[in-house]
Design a protein around this ligand. Structure first.
Ligand SMILES: Nc1ncnc2c1ncn2[C@@H]1O[C@H](COP(=O)(O)OP(=O)(O)O)[C@@H](O)[C@H]1O
Ligand SMILES: [Mg+2]
Length: 248
């Protein structure tokens, strides 16, 4: 059984079908990539999965339950989380404070924490920060971090909710080659060490084909290929619409 199952999912904006009958599954423990040209419908589809948009039709099942049209916080509580721009959430908090906030939110601790609760949340936050390699930055204000460190912090905040499935929308966008490699390593480690399943959409083909167990290709709101990276890479239709000139 798939951990996530998207079935005939569709979203129309006015008369325009941004997502047009998409079906695919994500297996537990996989790194699953969604690729496609700009405007293919990747972000819209993620928003449908996480409950930030309501589908026009179709269904989304997660861990065996129908989550179609459920509200984002309900879906997040069930273990399906996405990374959000940290500068929109906690711009003035330090790395440690923001992760501590996310940990406390998961533990449903209020602002009036008892000292031992606070220290447990802080310890967990420190552990997470160490795992993602941001220890040296823990006192730094989120909005002053480098772009790469901000994106890493976003993944850390999502991890603090202890997701079963983590969605990442272009996690390496705007990153330097070094930052990109670090993000790729982080995602690999999460899947291996924490048992998180990752569904991500991505521009950078090298990242996609080096890291994914499965690739789904969207084009104009539809799936045009879905399979192991080697098969997708060799697919003629994918080559013509997406990978540009065919390499032989
Ligand atoms: N809220 C919206 N209202 C109208 N059109 C939208 C909206 N969101 C996205 N679109 C359109 O839907 C298509 C898919 O967009 P998007 O999902 O952002 O693609 P991708 O993430 O693959 O680049 C685009 O043509 C975009 O202009
Ligand atoms: Mg997008």
């Amino acid at each position: 059984m798939n951990l996530l199952k998207v079935d005939a999912l569709a979203k129309a904006f006015g008369g325009f079908n941004a997502v047009d009958g998409v079906s695919f599954g994500v297996d537990e423990g996989e790194i699953h990539a969604v690729i496609g040209p700009n405007g293919a419908g990747k972000t819209t589809m993620f928003n449908l999965i996480t409950g930030h948009l309501r589908p026009s039709s179709g269904s989304v099942r997660f861990a065996g339950a129908d989550i179609t049209g459920k509200r984002p916080h309900v879906i997040a509580r069930s273990g399906l989380t996405r990374a959000f721009q940290v500068t929109n959430i906690f711009p003035d908090l330090s790395v440690l404070e923001s992760v501590e906030c996310a940990v406390s939110a998961r533990r449903r601790l209020s602002a009036s924490l008892l000292p031992w609760q606070r220290s447990a949340a802080r310890d967990e936050a420190r552990d997470l920060i160490e795992q993602v390699g941001l220890s040296e930055m823990q006192a730094t204000t989120a909005s002053t971090l480098s772009h790469g460190d901000q994106r890493t912090l976003e993944v850390t905040l999502a991890l603090a909710t202890r997701p079963r499935l983590l969605l990442l929308d272009e996690p390496t966008a705007g990153m330097s080659p070094w930052e990109t490699r670090r993000m790729v390593e982080l995602v690999r480690t999460l899947v291996r060490a924490k048992g998180v399943t990752v569904l991500f959409c991505e521009h950078d083909m090298e990242t996609v084909f080096s890291i994914s167990n499965r690739v789904t290709v969207l084009h104009r709101g539809r799936v045009i290929a879905d399979g192991p990276p080697e098969a997708v890479h060799a697919d003629e239709q994918v080559a013509s619409v997406y990978l540009g000139t065919r390499k032989r």
